[in-house]
Design a protein around this ligand. Structure first.
Ligand code: COI
Length: 356
């Protein structure tokens, strides 16, 4: 059991947006949580304060060397009026793994979760209720030593901010067009691709911008060594349905261990669909597309849940997947996961944690 966290309340409270105005990550709630780390005290002084700008010296390590990690999870208002978090322990365990990779001192997953629960409870009125909306929870840790030498910081700050959100992609659940980048890579084995750390996202921006210019919503990343095997799509894990089996690249160093990815695999197995976590080359995907064996492609992620792919471009060839329509399996997955999240069906897999 952790002690309750002291709160300094905001003097004026913001007006809440209407659910139909919500996009992704534009609006922030009234309060945020902060906690500090130093060598003498470890993680200490958790506190909730009004959401506001933070002061950092220009020499702060995070600003120069990106020593930082983050997470993104969601709180839902269920149809019977409770507030729940979706698989929060999985996210906090991943935060710990990211910390290890970035030389950031371990933050106990249970303590991090306690902080999230306290803040979400305080801000519960901000959890929107319409289908497709949620309260996005963004915990993150930044290195705060003021020092220009390249070494792990000795001080850190853990923070949590909250944002009521709607759909992540403008397309919503409609199929998106993606293009394979054969020029840029997102990550290599041995790098930081399996950690949730800002540098991975900065590294993806140029390829995404080019893809957008060419009319594609997202980039399909290939492995960094051979540029042959599929890794991820945009900020999501990727799945293919080939010959009625579900295929997704294996974890192993370069891709993120997605919580939605894990949920998709669990559901597919429960439904008796063969699931193969194996390397899949882009040539295999294109050939399966041309022969008709490839029937669905979709990305999975916290923000988008399931994002069907309707069009796939690689080296001048464009595949229309399932005639550009949402596939049956993607649809079923989206409905099952969101029904569990919104409490429309029983939480038989124990994925929801009740906050209040
Ligand atoms: C996710 O959907 O899991 C993400 O991390 C998206 C976020 C980077 C906006």
């Amino acid at each position: 059991m952790y002690a309750s966290i002291p709160i300094t309340r905001a003097e004026t409270l913001k007006e809440h947006p209407r659910d139909d105005e919500l996009s992704f990550g534009e609006i922030f709630t009234d309060h945020m949580l902060l906690m500090d780390y130093n060598l003498a005290d470890g993680w200490n002084n958790p506190r909730i304060e009004p959401y506001q700008a933070i002061a950092l010296e220009p020499a702060a390590t995070i600003l120069h060397y990106a020593q930082a990690v983050f997470e993104g999870l969601k709180a839902f208002r269920t149809t019977d009026g409770r507030i729940t978090l979706f698989r929060p322990r999985e996210y906090m365990q991943r935060l710990t793994r990211s910390c290890e990779r970035l030389c950031i001192p371990l933050l106990e997953p249970d303590l991090a979760l306690h902080c999230i629960m306290e803040l979400v409870k305080l801000e519960s009125s901000w959890v929107p209720s319409s289908f497709g909306t949620s309260l996005y929870v963004r915990p993150f840790i930044i290195a705060t030593d003021n020092h220009l030498g390249v070494r792990p910081s000795e001080t850190y700050r853990f923070m949590i901010i909250l944002s009521p959100v709607g759909a992540y992609y403008a397309e919503g659940f409609n199929p998106v067009s993606i293009t394979v980048s054969d020029e840029f890579v997102r990550a290599v084995k041995g790098g930081t691709g399996d950690a949730k750390t800002p540098g991975n996202y900065a590294a993806s921006l140029l390829a995404s911008a080019q893809a957008k210019k060419e009319g594609y919503a997202q980039v399909l990343w290939l492995d960094g060594r051979e540029r042959k095997y599929v890794d991820e799509v945009g900020t999501m894990n990727i799945f293919f349905v080939i010959d009625s089996a579900l295929i997704t690249p294996p974890l192993g160093g370069a891709i993120l261990d997605g919580v939605t990815r894990k949920s998709v695999i669990q559901l597919a197995q429960e439904w008796g669909m063969p699931v193969k976590e194996r390397m899949v080359s882009i040539d295999e995907v294109m050939e399966a597309g041309q022969s008709g064996a490839l029937t669905e492609v979709f990305g999975s992620g916290t923000a988008a849940v399931v994002s069907p792919v309707g069009k796939l471009h690689y080296k001048g060839t464009v595949l229309a997947i399932n005639d550009g329509k949402v596939g049956e399996f993607s649809q079923r997955l989206f409905e099952e996961i969101t029904s569990i999240q919104y409490g429309k069906i029983p939480d038989r897999l124990g994925w929801n944690l009740e906050v209040c």
